[in-house]
Design a protein around this ligand. Structure first.
Ligand code: DGL
Length: 302
């Protein structure tokens, strides 16, 4: 079973890409919407939540975890890997065996990668715009990636101010959403950006609005929008393959598809693996957005 978490519904933009290439797997998705947004919270707080959610997901049967949140990846992935992935450490092995009921002695984490490298390859204007949360933009991981791949190009950044709240409220289009998007997108377009990196997993749900606003601000410019989710999904597939975790490779693994999950917000079986959605606060938007994705009412790619 694959565990996925985010501060809210944003990670569903990663989940929909994962599900496309791994339809047979079972999933548990955790939206920490009681604590959303993570973007401007101290790193120590985000690390604490990431630990707690990891332990919950492992206890519930997750064999690998996707940190479908750029902010949590920036703050916590190093700590998570040190505390739960290191199978050379006796302490880690014991902790993981206790948590998983003896099922596994370590767990791998897949994090979000800021897509500056991909953007640098395709920009024609030589200016790449990055939209992300404050936590991501100030994180070491992002700064290192940006500095490494920005040779010969200019990278301009802006916090997507209010974007997460729009998506959490289910307000992904309309005049108000356009105004909010415009305020953060305009500085990037004014700086000459023709390629926009979505550095927060909530933002892909605003892609149509971002396009519409961009075509008003810079009508002559062809804008590319980059969402790293498909690349993250492919990386997950590779790691699961290496770890022997793929559904059709597993032998003798417990069949978790019929397990009972008290407190489950939603569980569905689409003729494939099971999907369980869990929220730390109301699950209304999570359920609604998930069912729109399942019905393909939301575009799959930016
Ligand atoms: N979706 C998250 C991200 O990718 C978190 C946004 C937030 O909670 O501020 O950064």
């Amino acid at each position: 079973m694959i565990g996925i978490f985010d501060s809210g519904v944003g990670g569903l933009s990663v989940f929909r890409e994962i599900r496309k290439i791994l339809p047979e797997e079972s999933y548990i998705y955790y939206a920490d919407n009681a604590n959303c947004p993570y973007g401007d919270k101290p790193a120590g707080f985000v690390i604490g939540r990431a630990r707690e959610i990891t332990e919950f997901l492992v206890k519930e049967g997750a064999q690998i975890i996707v940190v479908a949140c750029n902010t949590a990846t920036a703050a916590a992935i190093g700590t998570l890997r040190a505390e739960y992935s290191d199978k050379e450490s006796q302490e880690t092995r014991q902790r993981m065996l206790d948590l998983s009921g003896g099922r596994q002695d370590h767990i791998m984490f897949i994090g979000m990668e800021p897509a500056v490298k991909a953007a640098a390859k395709i920009t024609k204007s030589g200016v790449v715009g990055v939209l992300a949360t404050s936590g991501t933009l100030h994180g070491e991981k992002y700064i290192n990636t940006r500095d490494h791949y920005s040779n010969g190009i200019t990278v301009v950044e802006h916090v997507g101010k209010g974007f997460v709240e729009l998506v959490e409220n289910g307000e992904t289009s309309g005049e108000h959403a356009e105004q909010i998007v415009s305020a953060s997108l305009k500085p990037l377009l004014d700086a000459g950006a023709d390629t926009i990196v979505l550095g927060c997993t909530h933002y892909p749900f605003l892609t149509e609005t971002i396009r519409k606003v961009a075509s008003c601000i810079a009508p002559q410019r062809e804008i590319e929008i980059i969402d790293p989710a498909p690349a993250v999904a492919r990386h997950l597939l590779d790691v699961m393959n290496e770890e022997g975790l793929l559904h059709n490779l597993r032998t003798g693994a417990a069949d978790d598809s019929n397990r009972e999950y008290p407190g489950t917000a939603a569980q569905e079986t689409a003729g494939t693996g099971s999907v369980r959605l869990v929220a730390s606060s109301s699950s209304q938007i999570l359920d609604r957005l998930y069912s729109r994705i399942e019905k393909k009412e939301l575009p799959l790619r930016p």
